[in-house]
Design a protein around this ligand. Structure first.
Ligand code: GCW
Length: 673
């Protein structure tokens, strides 16, 4: 049957190679476990379901005693490891897979550890690896691994491009759409353990008794998969639904209201994860409305959690009109608060200083708040990366940020080490991905965007995995195992983000996209109600050159970085070309290390970028015989749109910037007359 994409990477189709299948069958004659742990039971069910599909034969689930130890089978057990360092939770989530006599054992620090081990085992089979001699041990490097949904009560999804919200509030709590379970399976399979289910531009409605019953029902679906529910909260909820006159975090009645609300939530959802907050940002209310700080607000909420095991994730995405270079504003608001946050507060920081652009330098808050655990927030939904029509594999973007060296404690002080807590010895750590999921049958609109959900989970678990390795396993599990086709698809995925940057915002251009919709080019945008929402504010094209001077001669945003970073990026000659126009206003005729002038390099990138989409089309055409026909056609059609729009971006930007550079289009790109 045609593959509609619903099963994601959890395709348990029969292993095609008969020899390989026989080996797996011999090793997996039964599944055994003992105990009543709900997550352990889910793990057994999931393993059974997977193996039965892959091996094409029933695999019974037996009680441990009945299974014995002589027949070849898979034993699931909870056995917390003794000599593992790391936070208590990551130890509980760890797993080992090894042989003990005739048995293959999947041992987890808890039921959750077992489920992660089971999915790792299934991945072995799905990607065609042998089971014999398997000896793996793994634990997550980051403790709180969350999807953030920007879903609204009315079923819309802010910046969602894959249909409506998968949460059907009008049906909850009575009807549990089976999709909720499949969603939980998918998340657990990539190691995610938390879900903030509603938009950070939050409705207070989620905190009403009516909605908490619905949230409780969802939590009940997720719990057996080791996933906890979190809520984004509307700061002024005590006024809107609580009848108070204020939402001042230091007001005793406000404190009392939140404490009671939190208690009410924990009564309904004993493993509730905690709160996510967007405050005093883009018109949302917050503690600053009362002359209080972000820390005052966050600490009050942390106190409201009482003795329950919850956290507060407080977002640092703040900027205001008329406050100078937006690049600096989050830093200016938060840096001074380092050391003032309560122990259970994490500050959630976007990967870059502006807003999920196709390429940004790492956010200067990473490394600058050593006393505060920082959550890295990345965006899976492609708000600025072509929504659901452009094929852009995001793992290289995530990795670029994680691997960036803040140099705040000497070389090697990477963003990853800030985030996992190891650089500053934090007990808690987190990472969040803004979900790209909706009611589209294939979940993500663009079938290839499933890989971004997948890659986020895999990197949240272990950021040392390479983007290519993740693309390879995803492709094998999702699309095809034919080696040539796998290699081709992985090559396209690996280059796709760079290609997107080339035809939209090469050399460090940023924020030149269509107003509000954030789609297509609008570099000429000069009037958007406020300068920091225009394009001209960011690219600063004039007759002399192009780019935002953020050195000491300009906005001096560079001063927010450590001296080593400042040194490299402060000089246009040593700034990596990918970040050049983020930090420098460069003359049109200025020669670059590529041997071309800025203008010629800019045009070259726009043209080769757009041409590369045609290359993606040609590469995709070669895999046609090896992938599902409907999926092939879907991706091919989306590539046609992408190709047309790459030309649109190229022409719009080159012709617009040419009105400043007054330079000809370099020869190779002038069409023959
Ligand atoms: O990327 C921008 C989006 C807003 C979003 C905001 C944020 C949820 O354009 O739609 O609001 O960021 O991250 O808060």
């Amino acid at each position: 049957r045609a593959d509609d994409g619903y099963r994601l990477w959890l395709k348990y189709d029969l292993v095609a190679d008969a020899g390989q299948r026989a080996q797996y069958r011999a090793a997996a004659q039964h599944i055994a476990f003992e105990g009543k742990d709900a997550v352990l039971q889910t793990a057994a069910t999931e393993l059974q379901r997977g193996l039965q599909g892959l091996l094409g034969q029933p695999v019974p689930v037996l009680a441990k005693a009945a299974a014995g130890s002589t027949k070849h089978g898979i034993l699931l057990e909870i056995a917390p490891p003794t000599n593992v360092s790391g936070s208590a939770q990551t130890v509980l989530e760890s797993y080992r897979i090894f042989s003990r006599g005739a048995q293959l054992v999947v041992a987890g620090g808890s039921g959750a550890g077992v489920i992660y081990g089971v999915f790792a085992l299934l991945r072995q089979v799905q990607t065609g690896q042998p089971l014999a001699g398997l000896n793996v041990s793994s634990r997550p490097r980051i403790q709180y691994r969350l999807l953030n949904h920007w879903d609204n009560p009315n079923g819309t999804v802010e910046r969602g491009y894959a249909g409506s919200s998968i949460w059907k509030w009008n049906e909850l709590p009575q009807r549990l759409d089976p999709r909720y379970t499949d969603y939980a399976r998918a998340n657990a399979s990539i190691g995610l353990n938390g879900v903030a289910i509603n938009n950070v531009n939050a409705s207070a409605r989620y905190l009403t008794a009516e909605y908490l019953q619905k949230v409780k029902a969802l939590a009940g679906v997720f719990r057996p998969y080791g996933i906890r529910v979190y809520l984004s909260v509307f700061w002024a909820a005590p006024k809107v639904i609580g009848g108070l006159k204020t939402a001042d975090p230091l007001d005793p009645q406000v404190k009392q209201w939140w404490a009671a609300k939190s208690e009410e939530i924990y009564q309904a959802i004993p493993d509730f994860g905690g709160f996510l907050v967007k405050a005093n940002s883009e018109g949302e209310p917050g503690p600053q409305d009362y002359g209080r700080t972000h820390a005052d607000g966050a600490n009050m909420l942390a106190a409201a959690l009482g003795t329950h095991d919850g956290i507060v994730m407080w977002r640092a995405f703040v900027y205001k009109a008329g406050s100078g270079d937006r690049f600096k504003q989050a830093y200016e608001d938060f840096k001074l608060l380092d050391g003032q946050f309560a122990p259970r507060v994490l500050v959630q920081v976007k990967n870059g200083p502006i807003d999920f652009q196709a390429r940004e330098p790492f956010h200067p808050l990473f490394g600058a708040m050593p006393k505060t655990p920082l959550v890295l927030e990345v965006q899976l939904t492609q708000e600025y990366l072509g929504m659901a029509t452009h094929w852009v594999y995001l793992a290289p973007l995530f990795k670029e940020c994680l691997d960036s060296d803040t140099q705040t404690k000497g070389p090697g002080s990477t963003v990853a080490k800030v985030v996992d807590g190891s650089l500053d010895q934090h007990r808690i750590s987190g990472i969040a991905g803004v979900a790209n999921i909706g009611t589209d049958r294939n979940w993500t609109g663009h079938p290839m965007a499933q890989a971004n959900w997948y890659a986020f989970g895999r990197l949240a678990w272990d950021y040392t995995l390479t983007a290519k390795a993740i693309a390879t396993e995803w492709t094998k599990m999702t699309l095809t195992r034919e080696p040539q086709a796998v290699a081709t698809i992985v090559e396209v995925m690996d280059k796709s983000r760079d290609i997107y940057v080339r035809y939209t915002t090469p050399l460090g251009l940023h924020h030149i996209m269509g107003q509000n919709i954030h789609y297509g080019p609008e570099p000429w945008l000069a009037d958007a109600g406020r300068p920091d929402w225009t394009a001209v504010y960011y690219h600063k094209a004039d007759s002399a050159g192009l780019g935002f001077d953020r050195t000491a001669k300009g906005s001096n945003a560079l001063a927010l970085y450590s001296p080593g970073v400042q040194k490299e990026w402060g000089d246009a000659k040593t700034t990596p070309l990918n970040y050049l126009l983020w930090f420098h206003h460069v003359g049109w005729r200025q020669p670059l290390p590529t041997g071309r002038t800025l203008w010629n390099e800019l045009v070259t990138r726009y043209y080769t970028g757009a041409d590369s989409v045609a290359w993606m089309q040609r590469r995709w055409a070669t895999v046609q015989p090896k992938v599902d026909a409907a999926l092939f056609a879907d991706v091919a059609a989306r590539l046609q749109i992408q190709q047309r729009e790459a030309v649109w971006w190229r022409d719009a930007c080159v012709l617009y910037f040419q009105t400043f550079s007054k330079q000809p289009i370099p020869k190779p790109f002038v069409p023959p007359t």
